[in-house]
Design a protein around this ligand. Structure first.
Ligand SMILES: *Cc1c(COP(=O)(O)O)cnc(C)c1O
Length: 300
């Protein structure tokens, strides 16, 4: 059983014309919870359920927590999501709407996370937001689906937070012998943890993260994402909050889909002409989505 769905692969006419190449959009925004996290968390929850898990715990007040809550509901298993006080009312509502028990604990995420970890025991399984091979395996099916539709990407554009997307796409590319193509890993200036580690040549932790793309705000990428960057042609790209937001607005008009700034960051590489391609290039953009965004969040 899989809980995530096969998402549409759309040839974007507006973005293709704008960028002078073939732009393919993998619409993870179409997942029932609005982001690719249903592939990762959903796959992990199914795996653990088949091994006898009786409940799940998450500490994510974002798309990962919503995806765990959804997966538990679908599997008929209870979910507890522990979030810090900073978690938005909208995110809390989405988690509770899925039927999960919401516990608000601590001022910052690490306090909520410590509490979540203390709840996990035996068959009560803690689901990490990005650092677990099961999560990456679930995400790798994005590449399987693209290939099965006859599209062979010449480049991939994706957003980087904690690095599960990068890890999963890399796994998919390796499966299909596409390790040579460039993978543009996009972060905002305030959440540039992959960028910092690549510059340092080792895994580093940011002292602070900031800005609008809270979904990308992991202070350190997982070790696997860093390793992937040394195996594949991963190119770190940074965009501003304003560029990410602007791309969300343009995408809403072009494709009538609302996305988080975390996703706008990837889209802005094309909208703001930060990279160029040749007319024959097939460029795959992972439209990672995002559930907590509402129309008024894009106003400005
Ligand atoms: C989780 C998430 C990201 C970042 O993914 P990582 O695997 O943490 O790098 C980007 N966009 C959206 C919408 C997400 O939910």
């Amino acid at each position: 059983m899989e809980i995530s769905i096969r998402t549409p692969l759309i040839h974007s006419l507006p973005l293709s014309q704008h960028s002078g190449c073939h732009v393919w959009l993998k619409m993870e925004s179409s997942q029932p919870t609005g982001s690719f996290k249903l592939r990762s968390a959903g796959h992990a929850c199914c795996h653990y359920a088949s091994k006898g898990a009786t409940a799940f715990v998450s500490s994510s007040g974002g798309n990962a927590g919503i995806a765990v809550a959804h997966s538990g509901r679908r599997l008929g298993l209870p979910v507890t999501v522990v979030v810090p006080e900073t978690t938005s009312a909208r995110a809390r509502q989405l988690i509770e709407q899925e039927g999960a028990r919401l516990i608000v604990h601590g001022e910052v995420w690490s306090e909520a996370n410590d509490y979540a970890l203390s709840l996990a025991m035996d068959d009560i399984i803690y689901i990490h937001p990005f650092d677990n091979p099961l999560l990456w395996e679930g995400i790798s099916t994005i590449v399987d689906e693209v290939i099965s539709e006859g599209v062979k990407p010449d480049a991939v554009i994706l957003s980087v937070g904690g690095g599960s997307m990068l890890s999963g796409i890399a796994q998919g590319l390796e499966k299909h012998q596409l390790v040579h193509i460039p993978v543009y890993g996009v972060e905002t200036h305030g959440t540039a943890s992959l960028n910092a580690s690549l510059n340092a040549g080792k895994l580093v932790r940011l002292d602070k993260v900031s800005g609008i793309a809270t979904t990308l705000a992991a202070s350190q990428v997982c070790e696997n994402a860093f390793k992937v960057a040394s195996r594949l042609d991963v190119r770190s790209m940074l965009v501003s909050d304003a560029e990410a937001l602007h791309a969300c607005r343009r995408f809403l008009d072009d494709h009538r889909v609302l996305t988080e700034p975390a996703c706008g960051a990837s889209l802005s590489l094309l909208y703001d002409n930060k990279i160029s391609f040749t007319p024959d290039d097939n460029v795959l953009v992972i439209v990672c989505g995002g559930a907590s965004i509402m129309l008024e969040g894009l106003a400005g």
